[in-house]
Design a protein around this ligand. Sequence first.
Ligand code: ZN
Length: 488
Amino acid sequence: MKFTNYKNVLIGLFVIFSSFSFSQSFESKIIAHYKDFKESSLKDRRITYNDIQPLISNLKNNPFFEVQKVGESIEGRDLYLLSVGEGDTDIFLWSQMHGDESTATMAIFDIFNFISSDKFKAEKAALFKNVTLHFLPMLNPDGAEVFQRRNALGIDVNRDALRLQSPEGKTLKRIRDSLAADFGFNLHDQSKYYNAEASANPATISFLAPAYNYEKDVNDVRGNAMKLIVEMNQELQKYIPGQVAKYNDDFEPRAFGDNIQKWGTSTILIESGGFPDDPEKQEIRKLNFIAILSALFSISNQDYKTLDINEYKKIPENDSKLFDLKLTGLQYELLGETYILDLGINNLEVSNGKNEYYHRSQIVDQGDLSTNHGYKARNLAGYKIKPGHIYPQILDNLKDLEKLDFSSILSSGYSYVKVKNIPKNENHTNYPVQIVGTGFKIPSRLSVGSNPTFFLEKDGKVEFAVINGFFMDLEDIDNSIKNGLILR
Ligand SMILES: [Zn+2]
């Protein structure tokens, strides 16, 4: 008897010890193999239906997956549901109901590769004994086609949960209802200019357990979503400490997340924001991969149940105090007086055809910006803002730009080059100057909404240039600009 007890204690200790080491290392082991799972054909944010269709087609022959066509978009693109697993707990994940929010779609295809691979077999077998996953990637393929938020009807699918007019929204509702899923993952992208409240950190990932009524009550359905967010937050803090935030939880009666929570599915919103030097959001894609997998395994082994929803409440809120570039303490001369200006500059994206974009930067705020932050920030106290001049030689066409020595042009204080013949459709070049038409006049003042193009001078020497919102050290101008604009 004594001996048996002793043995049971030993077995118990062994089980506790192994489950402890399992949960300590499992996600980090998966991350160590991420490069094997990353779907290499999806390379940047502007993915379309044609990029994912062949991948889905391949999965039809994969014994792990059940692939069903479950609807069509307005323009006739197929919507697919991919299911895997045989557990009683149903988990429904849908992405990209906003066509220009593709980060999680890329991560879903990485997760498919994780599921299909021959790695982590025992862990996956345990997972799929407990849960069944249902993925609906790229719910708005018509929007994705032109990289826009809205669908072909021009409506926001996420405001169609009550009227249910769009085929995309109808499909989402029908699948949710037919699965009566226990958990839902509503996968989006948010502005990269959101920061985690009271910090300079970008809100790289924001979570929300959406409210299901105006009172923002917490029942078990919403409470479980909060607990899973606590789990994912703990995991993400290992990779992006301080860069996780919480999305605004005001009840929106027309939105799907809020309604799906109301309909009884524990719903989690994941918003992919910004990350330094990650314009195509490939780091954030990886963070989606790890966050979602950690939640799926937590649902499977029910670890999340012991977590405290007060930890959810402690996650900082989203704030929007971040710029691409923040310049502090500049001297600015106006009508004979010198003032001190901080500038907040964003390198806004303009889509140029479906798979390309260029930057058209803007001053988005000026004045005392001491409560704002920047992905790039420079203290430039003592530097004077000097307007750029127009290069005296007028070029005939854009090809002639190749002959110019931009280093010497910029160092001489020229930020604009006049070109006589500019083709109608051209809006930008890859040169570090602004190209202007023959009728162009240099703007006389800096103002919110204007394009930031000027020089910075100290002790009579021009040291830095800002061209189309890109900051350049004139000692080293290479690679500092993405594009200059053509201004007519
Ligand atoms: Zn969205």
